[in-house]
Ligand binder design. Structure first.
Ligand SMILES: Cc1ncc(COP(=O)(O)O)c(C=O)c1O
Length: 401
């Protein structure tokens, strides 16, 4: 008797899931019973210091951000039951688009439900088979998916390698339009893209530059505008995508920001914009309040960078190896996958929430725990975390000192 295809479908899935578990690659969800923040409560009631959120400015659980979202809900309602162009645009969406443009130094901005959608919907309307997209090998999954949806020729340069970028620009010489695409900051290593050099190469070869600012908007650069401010190339970047789901409040939502004609074309042709519901007004209103606050003061951005510098210095002093840099993503290198898992589990027991990363998420032999600093962390919390690092590191024989 043959086994029905439906049965083999489900049993096949179960086998694959079992295999993921055996390989240690299965991703369980960590359930929090509290707001997001420097301290969180887990489902079982444990208080943990959180060192693995993208909550760079510490805004996700803040009362004033929640209040701004409540006020927007009271004024504009819960949702729109519509895509933007039919009857889903409110004044708050237009105000937020203007505020993002002003903050980033661009002409116009289009909102999406997520940065994943912004990246997914940016290439296909703007480039076709006559054009070339030249992409950093470690760009985010959403950029890779967006490029796949577009007919342009694809060129990939070795991660952060300017010599290879130039080789690829030369290889794409016969294409009509060329666009260089990079994450502004790469989230696994905290590596900051060399936008000054990228812009120079773009000028030399007549290419456009697009950056994904998910790990930069709100805190990179002297006033937190992003990697383009950090590298002093504001005005030289053609297209910026970013998220409202990390530093800029932490709920969800994304955007693309660029010249007027680019944004106008995306409003006509970008599929995640045309065929998906409007961003909830509560998020638009709270994001607007966040941008207003960040435009008034660099206090949160400054505190984040102070926390980062303190943590980077102290974790090395204790005897851990980190990837050098200045970004609040601090990869603490443990090299071995089971060690990274054991270490993260021990830190959890010691009251610190951390994520272990290993192959295939990072290259083989580069297993690590990734620490992410926040402006919300107090010095006392960071000292507690460092003590836990020292204890777990000593127990597992990981310290250099
Ligand atoms: C570099 C980068 N781009 C895009 C995204 C997607 O952002 P969102 O959560 O807004 O879809 C992320 C989030 O993980 C990211 O890290």
């Amino acid at each position: 008797m043959t086994i029905p295809a439906k049965t083999t479908f489900f049993s096949g899935l179960q086998q694959n899931l079992d295999q993921l578990r055996e390989q240690g690659l299965y991703k369980p969800e960590r359930v929090l019973a509290s707001r997001q923040g420097a301290e969180v409560t887990s489902e079982d009631g444990r208080m943990l210091i959180n060192m693995c959120a993208n909550n760079y400015l510490g805004l996700s659980g803040q009362e004033w951000v929640a209040q701004a979202s409540i006020e927007a809900t009271e004024k504009y309602g819960y949702g729109l039951s519509s895509v933007r162009f039919i009857c889903g645009t409110q004044t708050v969406h237009k105000q937020l688009e203007q505020a993002i443009s002003k903050f980033l130094g661009t002409e116009d901005t289009i909102l999406y439900a997520a940065a994943f959608d912004a990246n997914g919907g940016v290439f296909e309307p703007l480039f076709d088979e006559n054009d070339a997209i030249i992409s950093d090998a470690l760009n985010h999954a959403s950029i890779i998916d967006g490029i796949r949806l577009c007919k342009a020729a694809r060129f990939r340069y070795a991660h952060n390698d300017m010599a290879d970028l130039e080789v690829q620009l030369q290889a794409a010489a016969d294409k009509r339009h060329k666009v260089i695409v990079t994450d502004g900051v790469f989230s696994m290593d905290g590596t900051i893209a060399q936008l000054d050099k990228i812009c120079d190469l773009a000028d030399k070869y007549g290419a456009l530059v697009m950056i994904d600012e998910c790990h930069a908007s709100g805190f990179m650069g002297a006033t937190g505008r992003g990697t383009h401010e950090h590298h002093n190339v504001m005005g030289r970047i053609d297209i910026i995508t970013g998220t409202l789901g990390k530093a800029l409040g932490g709920a969800m939502g994304g955007f693309t920001s660029a010249r007027k004609e680019v944004i106008d074309m995306l409003r006509q042709k970008s599929r995640p914009y045309l065929f998906s519901n409007t961003l909830a007004p509560s998020i638009a209103g709270a994001s607007l309040a966040v941008l207003q606050k960040l435009s008034e003061s660099t206090e949160l951005r400054d505190r984040l960078h102070e926390n980062t510098a303190f943590f980077r210095k102290e974790i090395e002093r204790i005897g851990f190896t980190i990837k050098p840099g200045t970004h609040p993503v601090v990869p603490v290198m443990l090299f071995d996958a089971p060690v990274a898992q054991k270490f993260a589990a021990r830190m959890y027991e010691l009251g610190v929430l951390l994520s272990g990363f290993f192959y295939p998420v990072v290259p083989m032999g580069q297993a690590r725990v990734r620490v992410q600093l926040s402006a919300a962390h107090t010095r006392e919390q960071l000292e507690t975390v460092l003590k836990a690092f020292e204890q777990a590191g000593r127990e597992l024989g990981l310290l250099k000192n």
